[in-house]
Design a protein around this ligand. Structure first.
Ligand SMILES: CN1CCN(C(=O)c2ccc(Nc3nc(-c4cccc(NC(=O)c5ccc(C(C)(C)C)cc5)c4)cn4ccnc34)cc2)CC1
Length: 285
């Protein structure tokens, strides 16, 4: 508030874009890998905050639209969402700066720890519940992920699992990824209405979440094995769903099956899923 009783101008504090990060405050460290957009590096922000820095290869994303959206994304805050700290947009390539998750993608983590995770239904179910909590938060904020899968979740200390890159799919320029006929389109995580009409919704995220649960309970197997995309599309449209993973409890598989209801409105919300999984988790442990 202003020292005297003069009203504070409405623009106060809006001048510096708080989603804009000064690259001088970033110290880039080792490379973490490369994704759809180019190289991702570990970084330190303001000397001490661990970050992951996506350095966006030119021409891979519609940058101005993304920078506009970043203002909204920085406001999405939940313990099971990878926090967007901000962007460096005053230079090229632009940087997307998020919180750092030290164990990398959930998919690689599941594959690397199959032996220790294998029989541990409690831990696997806990991972499902954490992702569900993050997705229930996005659902509450009418925010659609569009590419939910184990590869787009990340693992931090003490088996914390968080959802990453929510909404980012909208800014990818590669139409091999964006069009459902493209070679990079995530067919195996897509429900019928997305395959036929690219109609995304929180209920299409729920379908993808069912596949993610299957990935978790198979410790990172590829859904539908080596089937070609056209064969998967055919099965999904005929209502053939993924079989129950060997180590998965019947009650858990029942939840996956509901996520794969043909009609979006027959699928549970993330809010309902969270409660159902909590009941199963209490029953199990
Ligand atoms: C013991 N192990 C040693 C090896 N290891 C690592 O090297 C390792 C450690 C930490 C890692 N952390 C992160 N890695 C990444 C990362 C790394 C490489 C690629 C990507 N992904 C992307 O760049 C990316 C993902 C999705 C998408 C669309 C739009 C298609 C949805 C576009 C781009 C992310 C992002 N992060 C955000 C927060 N923390 C991380 C990643 C890897 C993991 C631990």
């Amino acid at each position: 508030a202003s020292p005297c009783d003069r009203p504070v101008p409405a623009t106060a504090g809006l001048s510096h874009d708080k989603w804009e990060i000064d690259p001088a405050e970033l110290m880039l460290l080792e490379e973490l890998g490369s994704g759809q957009f180019g190289v991702v590096r570990h970084g330190k922000w303001k000397g001490s905050i661990d970050t992951a820095v996506k350095m966006m290869k030119e021409g891979t994303m519609s940058e101005d639209d993304f920078i506009e959206e970043a203002k909204v994304m920085t406001k999405l805050q939940h313990q099971n969402l990878v926090q967007l700290y901000g962007v460096c947009s005053k230079h090229r390539p632009i940087y997307i700066v998020t919180e750092y998750m030290r164990h990398g993608s959930l998919l690689n983590y599941l594959r690397r720890h199959e032996n220790s995770l294998g029989g541990n239904n409690g831990l696997l179910l806990d991972m499902c519940i954490q992702v569900c909590k993050g997705m229930a938060y996005l659902e509450r904020h009418n925010y659609i992920h569009r590419d939910l899968a184990a590869r787009n979740c990340l693992v931090g200390s003490e088996n914390v699992v968080k959802v990453a890159d929510f909404g980012l799919a909208r800014y990818v320029l590669d139409d091999q990824y964006t069009s459902s006929g493209g070679t990079k389109f995530p067919i195996k995580w897509a429900p019928p209405e997305v395959l036929n009409y690219t109609r995304f919704s929180s209920k299409s995220d729920v379908w993808a979440y069912g596949v993610l649960m299957w990935e978790i309970f198979t410790c990172g197997k590829m859904p539908y094995g080596r089937l070609k995309n056209t064969e998967v599309v055919d099965r999904v449209q005929r209502g053939i769903i993924l079989e129950k993973p060997k180590m998965c409890f019947k009650e858990v598989y029942e939840v996956m099956r509901k996520c794969w209801s043909h009609c979006p409105e027959d699928r549970p919300s993330f809010r309902l899923l969270k409660d159902q999984l909590a009941v199963i988790s209490q029953g199990l442990l």
